[in-house]
Design a binder for this molecule. Sequence first.
Ligand code: NAD
Length: 433
Amino acid sequence: MPAKTPASKPLSFASTDAHSAWAIYLAQIDRVVPYLGHLAKWVDSLKRPKRSLIVDVPVEMDDGSIRHFEGFRVQHNLSRGPGKGGIRFHPDVSLDEVMALSAWMTIKTAAVGLPFGGAKGGVRVDPSELSTKELERLTRRYTSEIGIIIGPQRDIPAPDVNTNGQIMAWMMDTYSMNTGHTSTGVVTGKPVHLGGSLGRVKATGRGVYVTGCEAAKRIGLELKGARVAVQGLGNVGGTAAELFASAGSLVVAVQDHTGTVVAPEGFDIVEALAIVKREGGIASYAKKKGAQLIDNEKFWDVETDILIPAALEGQINAERAKRIKAKLVLEGANGPTLPEADDVFEKRDILVVPDVICNAGGVTVSYFEWVQDFNSFYWTEDEINVRLDKIMRDALEHIWTTASQHKIGLRTATFAVACERILMARAERGIYP
Ligand code: NAD
């Protein structure tokens, strides 16, 4: 018998904090190993990003001084196609966080069957401290620095926290100037007149709603009259809340960065969204309409049927999971639930539609945008929505069947489906050279 080879060593540059985003991702991967059969021998390739680029981004500020910012682009896995994933501008961005977000993109694109790998990028900056011109210079220099690894066939960034269509337009222009020709397909989430796709802005919230409808049907939860609580009334949470309200559900609680407001009879969500957009937060709605503001921590005790965390990572720990009253949790945000909270939900028979499928509507329409850019032929919003809904429904159906077969939760089932697809590609391609 040949001697057993020692296992690959853990990464020296990953955080040692057991609650770091990368540690949470690794714990999720460990849970799926028993369901991978002969592909399990490849699983270490998911525990290390393929390529991690750290860049220095010097920017000349408006007052003539020079500031340096730390930037990252991580390509976690490219076995199934080019990298895909957003760019985050936030003061807390770290290599560990970008690694985890890139890995979740690998799982997400595979779970819904898109021909992409996973990537993510970020700059450690508070963009609210920069002028528009400073932000443009930062974006252009960052794009040039990561330009050595991105491209329409290599790795395609998109917006994430604090980045938007304008920033994508600057990225597209910078990459195009550096390569000598207009390259619309290098980023997605662009303005529609620059090769963006109709339906992209609402796609993630729409995906939350579609997977939520499918899950509700399967557990016999009637949407008409169902109570919904939403954390985050931004792009994702706002759209999801609007769609549930139009299906007859009652949005009974909303929490955002300005506070927590309850309305047992249900919010007029269209009006609430308009006020939030105009005045910056749900607390203004409460003040204007006389709605009840409650302590932020009480949000997790609200009597509700559906809970949609659509704001931040790491929001639901075991203690909050024990108090949550919902029958169904729809993860609009990335990584809102800690692994120990997953165990509590499973014990309490609360169904969680995990982020890696629930919020995959955005990357799905990003895929449509990329396809349209290659063909220079654009689809109608109806065409986009019909295709999006079908991909989301089919993905949920497949994952539901896997979960039932193995008697496992939807998160582990989603990871099982995705990891099988990724590792099959990995095994078939083999190791070069
Ligand atoms: P957004 O900036 O449009 O909205 C964020 C919302 O979170 C706002 O309502 C804000 O008030 C709220 N919020 C911020 N801090 C909070 C706090 N401390 N407590 C409670 N609420 C707080 O962002 P978004 O695009 O809607 O993204 C939300 C989440 O969804 C993020 O985790 C993001 O990574 C994830 N996501 C977004 C997309 C997309 O296409 N936009 C796709 C996939 C995943």
